[in-house]
Design a protein around this ligand. Structure first.
Ligand code: MLT
Length: 265
């Protein structure tokens, strides 16, 4: 394995089989804090910030999912990790699928959390371009208004402290990073036709009340991937790590436990 210096900021805790948790848009590695802490009793858990997010370096331009996947491969190289369990939430799932395309031999188990393999429709692409312009001019607060109402289960208890945590995380995202990721997501290819080729154990984790990636998309993914299990987190929208943190950690733990013989690095 060649060693490439990694540019990404990441957090690491625990020892054992490497497990990489990729955050969604427009968040950072702290999204996974609770699960990383819980799983670090058995796993070496690595939670990176994507380029342009958290404290990773930021640069202008389009953040293609494939480039983000290459950043993760460079991080794995620099940490001497030949193979890892890779879980991605939403945009992190797009990157996990891009990583699978680039280097399937580096993934021992795949977790696709509130995410899917289809490309954007023309309408969604145009919406992302409009949002990118608005964020470029008005900053991250534009996203708070458009995203917050769709992120959580519609009947969410509005006093939940994680709502403010989420709002602050969105507000702290930098406009250049947001714009780069929006354009990168808009340009991502449709990977749905390659789902039957995924041969590693795969968990599709879905919120039963997800308004962004509806449950039927998760079901379609689970049906298309030969070794996939569908795990539905009840009473959760698009943010099961916050809405149902223990159930989410347990789902990952059970899945990895059952896949363990396949998780040797
Ligand atoms: C995410 O949570 O990462 C985003 O909602 C993904 C997307 O906009 O497609």
């Amino acid at each position: 394995m060649t060693s490439h210096p990694s540019i990404l900021h990441y957090n690491e805790q625990g020892q054992g089989t490497p497990l990489i948790l990729l955050h969604g848009f427009p968040f950072d590695h702290t999204l996974w804090d609770e699960q990383a802490r819980a799983l670090s009793d058995h796993y070496r858990v690595i939670t990176p910030d994507f380029r342009g997010f958290g404290t990773s370096p930021i640069s202008e331009g389009t953040y293609h999912m494939e480039s983000a996947a290459r950043d993760i491969l460079a991080l794995m190289d620099s940490l001497n990790i030949p193979k890892a369990g890779v879980f991605g939430h939403s945009m992190g799932g797009y990157v996990a699928l891009a990583l699978w395309q680039l280097a399937p031999e580096r993934i021992s188990a795949l977790g696709l959390v509130c995410t899917h393999a289809w490309a954007d429709t023309q309408e969604v692409r145009q919406g992302r371009e409009k949002t990118a312009d608005q964020v470029f001019n008005g900053g991250a607060k534009v996203l708070v208004e458009s995203l917050m109402p769709r992120l959580f289960a519609p009947d969410i208890d509005t006093t939940e402290p994680f709502l403010e945590v989420t709002r602050q995380m969105i507000l702290s995202a930098k406009a250049i990073g947001i714009v780069g990721a929006l354009r990168g997501m808009a340009s991502r290819p449709d990977l749905s036709a390659s789902l039957p080729q995924i041969t590693v154990p795969t968990a599709i984790i879905a919120g039963d009340k997800d308004q962004i990636v509806p449950l039927n998309r998760a079901e379609a993914m689970a049906g298309a991937i030969p070794h996939a299990v569908l795990i539905t987190i009840e009473n959760s929208g698009h943010m099961p790590m916050f809405e149902q943190p223990q159930a989410t950690a347990l789902a990952i733990r059970h899945f990895l436990g059952e896949s363990l013989p396949n998780l040797r690095t």
